[in-house]
Design a protein around this ligand. Structure first.
Ligand code: MSP
Length: 664
């Protein structure tokens, strides 16, 4: 199938911010998903450059509109590749071809008898570039900008939109998924049924504004910026005149709820009047809020997408945006929540899975994939789960339910970690059960290759690295999804794997960011706090030192020396060490801190150390934590570790120190 997707074309009066980046990232994710799903894809974005507010912004910079829009449009166009967004077409409403299309469209609608000349007075908001009726204003103010509109009376051209409203109502009834999620279709339907919609004023007299496209039938007027802007969706693909238009139209649109009305009401009626088919879907998302308000330049609460991408890596940032916001609802942007997600979902779940499996393959198999042996029911259960999870993922992504889709993929990721725990490849290796070890590693690698591919729409670079680390021959390309979903075949024996993986380093909490993330509807998003007990984070486990090459900018929480003194970190000698009888990742140690007794400390380092080699070694541990029970055993402190190239390493001293020596 041909799949044509558009983002809004953004106003160039301000720099791109997180809200613009979100729409364009989602569009890129949808494009990549549809490509894997076998579609021929075309993604369009661009800039909206006409109208009053652009002129005002140019004046404020002391620039002519043309040089101003050239510069600002470039900022949008250049941002997208730096966020790993692959755009196929970039349109500017000042392009010659676009102007020609708009004039052809206007002429067509005029010829159909759907444009008339009339007198009009209304409340005009320059921010929105539109007239508001009394009813639409809130306390006399524009509901979007909270500013008082200007009352303007003038002669103008009107599009007979009201003529097409009965048809639009029927269209929306006949195509229940034309606007999704459903709540926005209902909202659009309510607008149509309210009886408040009037004909659309589509011109501005040149006496007031010259920065626009001339009406083909009256050169005393320019076209209303919204009428001009909406036509970009077909002018960019060559309308009128066939070419890509014939191949790709009808396409689908992606917008936020702020511009529901032009897309749900103006645009389909315009298309109908011009005798063109209506779009397939209008996908509507909510707002990213910052400190509970919609991000906007005027409120001074914008988040820079580039900063976030640079600080945390584009993949992690994109994952967070897609996972955190339930498509359609609002969400608060908080750096704390971003870090939590990275640590919980990416470092602990996904990154850990890759690192432990590849490290074990290196240690037990020389990084060469063995053949698969007999599949036991617990192995086929993983194969079944992989199938189910991929099918759910694909269905949910098709329905623009990205957060839920990622969650269903993570069901598989978490199950693979559990499977590793329960099948304990290290124990199979120790017992010399080579065949069974081969099968377990096979099951893991086959499933991990599928996970890597399914991560590609959201995290293209990390997914490519995962596939490389797996020595995979699967390439994210048109139609790959069907092949990967078709079977749970043996992973090609003899494939060489990477010796380890450090895809998502753990991140430090940001300096000061109290804003919580989640659904701003009041319901907290279900972002999981890093699961300390399960994954070995937190007490009794390893508070990893973040490797210096992590994409962080080195930001840490400032503390005073007094704060530091509160930490009781001491040197002790390990007197005994063994595996925790009930948790594969944990070691149980008895450590002498010169207290006249041995302290029991549990640590999530079982995969990295043979307990026998630890006895007699000196380690650093934080002692003044409340005791904590982990799988029936109590941990009375936390040994300190750092994440190295080949896995977790214990912090120690470079010469003997009396037990109980204070770290200061
Ligand atoms: N130029 C018009 C669109 C014309 S489309 C034919 C316009 N431009 S805009 O620069 O204001 O962009 C609005 C769009 O930017 C929203 O619909 C949404 O896609 C994105 N966002 C801007 N702020 C946003 C948030 N705070 N949150 C989420 N997305 C937001 O309207």
């Amino acid at each position: 199938m041909n799949y044509f997707l558009t983002t809004p074309i953004y106003y160039v009066n301000a720099n791109p911010h997180l809200g613009h980046a979100y729409s364009t990232i989602v569009a890129d994710v949808m494009r990549r998903f549809h490509l894997l799903d076998g579609d021929e894809c075309l993604l369009l974005t661009g800039t909206d450059e006409h109208g009053d507010k652009i002129v005002k912004a140019a004046e404020a910079r002391g620039m002519l509109p043309k040089s101003f829009v050239d510069e600002m449009s470039g900022r949008f166009r250049d941002l997208w590749p730096t966020l790993d967004i692959s755009v196929d077409r970039f349109i500017r409403t000042t392009d010659k071809n676009h102007k020609r299309s708009v004039q052809a469209f206007l002429q067509k609608v005029h010829d159909a008898g759907d444009i008339y000349f009339g007198e009009f007075g209304g409340h005009y908001c320059f921010g929105c570039e539109r007239f508001y009726t009394e009813k639409e204003l809130e306390n006399g103010l524009c509901p979007q900008h909270l500013t008082r509109p200007e009352y303007i009376e003038e002669k103008n051209y009107f599009f007979r939109m009201s003529k097409y409203l009965p048809w639009l109502k029927e269209h929306m009834e006949r195509h229940p998924d034309c606007i999704r999620p459903e709540r926005y279709r209902k909202e659009a339907m309510a607008m149509v049924e309210s009886g408040d919609l009037e004909d659309l004023c589509i011109s501005r007299p040149k006496s007031r504004l010259t920065w626009g496209i001339d009406l083909p039938f009256d050169d005393g007027y320019v076209c209303y910026v919204w009428f001009d802007a909406l036509i970009n969706y077909i002018s960019a693909i060559g309308w009128p005149g066939g070419g890509e238009f014939d191949v790709f139209w009808p396409g689908e649109h992606l917008v936020a709820k702020d511009i529901l009305k032009p897309h749900a009401i103006f645009w389909p009626t315009m298309l109908k009047s011009a005798g063109l088919p209506v779009y397939r879907h209008l996908n509507v998302h909510g707002y990213w809020l910052s400190r509970d308000a919609k991000m906007s330049k005027s409120l001074g609460n914008v988040v820079s997408p580039l900063d976030m991408g640079r600080r945390y890596g584009n993949d992690a940032f994109r994952y967070f945006l897609l996972r955190e916001m339930h498509f359609g609802s609002d969400a608060n942007f908080g750096e704390d929540a971003l870090v939590q997600r990275i640590n919980a979902d990416l470092a602990n779940d996904l990154g850990n899975l890759f690192n432990r499996v590849l490290s074990m393959a290196a240690r037990f198999l020389g990084s060469v994939v063995p053949p698969r042996g007999e599949m036991l029911p617990r192995d086929t259960a993983i194969a079944d789960l992989a199938k189910e999870s991929m099918e759910n993922w694909a269905q949910l992504f098709r329905n623009v339910q990205f957060s839920q889709g990622l969650e269903s993929l993570w069901v598989l990721v978490r199950a693979l970690n559990k499977y590793t725990d329960s099948e304990a490849p290290w124990a199979l290796h120790k017992a010399g059960e080579t065949k069974r070890l081969g099968t377990v590693m096979q099951v893991l690698l086959t499933a991990m290759e599928k996970v890597a591919l399914l991560c590609w729409p959201v995290m293209p670079k990390a997914a490519t690295r995962m596939l490389e680390q797996l020595g995979s021959r699967t390439k994210p390309a048109k139609g790959t999804l069907a092949k990967v979903m078709a079977s749970f075949a043996e992973y090609p024996p003899g494939t060489t794997l990477a010796p380890s993986s450090n895809l998502f380093p753990r991140q430090e909490a940001p300096v000061a960011d109290a804003a919580p993330a989640g659904d701003a509807s009041g319901k907290k998003g279900e972002h999981a706090a890093p699961d300390a007990g399960k994954k070995g984070g937190g007490q009794g486990a390893s508070p990893h030192v973040v490797p210096p090459d992590s994409s962080g900018d080195g930001a840490t929480v400032p503390v005073t020396i007094e704060d530091f003194k509160k930490l009781d970190i001491r040197i002790g000698t390990i007197r005994a060490a063994e595996r925790h009888p009930k948790a594969d990742r944990l070691l149980r140690m008895e450590i002498d801190f010169g207290e006249g007794r041995l302290r029991q400390i549990l640590s999530g380092i079982a995969e990295h150390y043979d307990p026998k080699t630890l006895v007699g070694r000196q380690v650093c541990a934080l002692l003044n934590l409340p005791p904590r029970k982990m799988r029936d055993l109590v941990s009375e402190g936390m040994v300190l570790t750092a994440e190295g190239e080949g896995g977790v390493r214990l912090l120690t001293v470079d010469g003997p120190v009396p037990d109980g020596g204070v770290v200061a």
